[in-house]
Design a protein around this ligand. Structure first.
Ligand code: COA
Length: 255
C-alpha cells in the first residue's frame, strides 16, 4: 500500500501525493492513515513549513473508497479518516492543494481547510453525500454555507451538483486556475512562497484566521454521528452496491 501515498520533504515543503490512479485515487483507510501520519509528523518537524497536496495526472481524488464504505466503514473517532479530518481542521500548518480532474467527496471538502488552492478548468468537484445516503463531513456543513451562503451550499450539498474549476474560484473554494501542464509547478511555487515566510508568524496568522471557527468542532461531531448512522443504513448499502455494480440505485423497497 505504501506507494499509494507518496511523501517527500524538500525546501520546507511536505508534498503528499495521492497515488492510486487505477481507482481514481479513491482513499482507503490505510491511505488516510498514511496521510495522517505524514501530516502529523510534518507539523511537528521544524524543517516543514507547509504541506502540499497533489494527485496524479488528471486526477486529484474520487473521495472515499466506496468498497471500504461497504466493507470496513469508519465507526469510531480513532478511524484513520477522522484522524485526517481532525488534523485538517485543527492544524496551523499552512496547506496548499493542486487539483486537476475529479475531486469528489473529501476531495472537495478537504479544500475548505486549505490556505491556497490551485485548480484546473477541468477540475470536477462534487459533494455527492446525499446520493450515497450519507451526510456532509469534514466540517463542510458548517464551512460551505459560511463561504457561499445557504442556497448555494444546499445546491452543492443536498443536490450534489458537480462544478468545475472556475466555479470553485467564484465560490471562494479555490484561488487560481492553471493549465493542467502548469498546475503542479504553480502550486509548488505557492508552497515555496509560504515556506519563505517567518514560520512562527505564519502559523500564528493561520491560527488567528481560523479562531472564529471553533463551532466547527461541534459541527464535525454532529456530522460524524450522522455519517456513521448513514453508513449503516439500508439506503447507503444500496447506494454503494449500485455504484460498484454500475447500476442506478433503487431506494423504493427498503422498508
Ligand atoms: N471508490 C471505489 N472505486 C472507485 C471510486 C471510489 N470512490 N471512484 C472510482 N472508482 C473506480 C471505479 O469503480 C472504476 O473501477 P473499474 O475500473 O473496476 O470499473 C475505476 O475506479 C475508474 O473509475 P470510473 O468511474 O470508470 O472513472 P470516470 O473517469 O468515468 O469517473 C469519477 C470518475 C470520480 C467521476 C467516478 O469514478 C465517480 O463518481 N466515483 C465515485 C465518487 C464518489 O462518490 N466518492 C465518494 C464520495 S463520499
Amino acid at each position: 500500500m505504501s506507494d499509494e501515498i507518496l511523501t517527500d520533504i524538500r525546501d520546507g515543503v511536505l508534498t503528499v501525493r495521492i497515488n492510486r490512479p487505477d481507482r481514481k485515487n479513491a482513499l482507503t483507510a490505510a491511505m488516510y492513515a498514511a496521510m495522517a501520519d505524514a501530516l502529523e509528523r510534518g507539523a511537528a518537524d521544524r524543517s516543514v513549513n507547509v504541506a502540499l497536496f497533489v494527485g496524479t495526472d488528471g486526477v486529484f481524488t474520487a473521495g472515499n473508497d466506496i468498497k471500504d464504505f461497504l466493507n470496513d466503514p469508519p465507526h469510531t473517532e480513532a478511524a484513520p479518516v477522522h484522524r485526517m479530518i481532525s488534523f485538517l481542521a485543527s492544524t496551523d500548518l499552512p496547506l496548499v492543494a493542486a487539483v486537476d480532474g475529479p475531486a469528489v467527496g473529501i476531495g472537495t471538502t478537504m479544500l475548505f481547510h486549505c490556505d491556497y488552492v490551485h485548480v484546473t478548468e477541468r477540475a470536477h468537484l462534487q459533494m455527492p453525500f446525499v446520493d450515497l445516503a450519507v451526510v456532509p463531513e469534514a466540517g463542510s456543513s458548517f464551512l460551505a454555507p459560511r463561504l457561499m451562503g445557504h442556497p448555494k451550499a444546499a445546491e452543492l450539498l443536498m443536490l450534489g451538483k458537480p462544478f468545475n474549476g472556475s466555479e470553485a474560484v467564484r465560490l471562494g473554494i479555490a484561488n487560481q486556475i492553471d493549465a493542467p501542464e502548469d498546475l503542479e509547478a504553480a502550486a509548488r511555487a505557492t508552497a515555496l512562497a509560504f515556506a519563505a515566510k517567518p514560520p512562527a508568524a505564519l502559523r500564528a496568522t493561520k491560527a488567528l484566521l481560523r479562531a472564529s471557527e471553533n463551532q466547527m468542532q461541534a459541527a464535525m461531531k454532529r456530522e460524524a454521528e450522522a455519517f456513521s448512522k448513514g453508513l449503516a443504513s439500508a439506503e447507503a448499502k444500496e447506494a454503494f452496491s449500485a455504484f460498484l455494480e454500475k447500476r442506478k440505485p433503487d431506494f423504493s423497497n427498503l422498508g
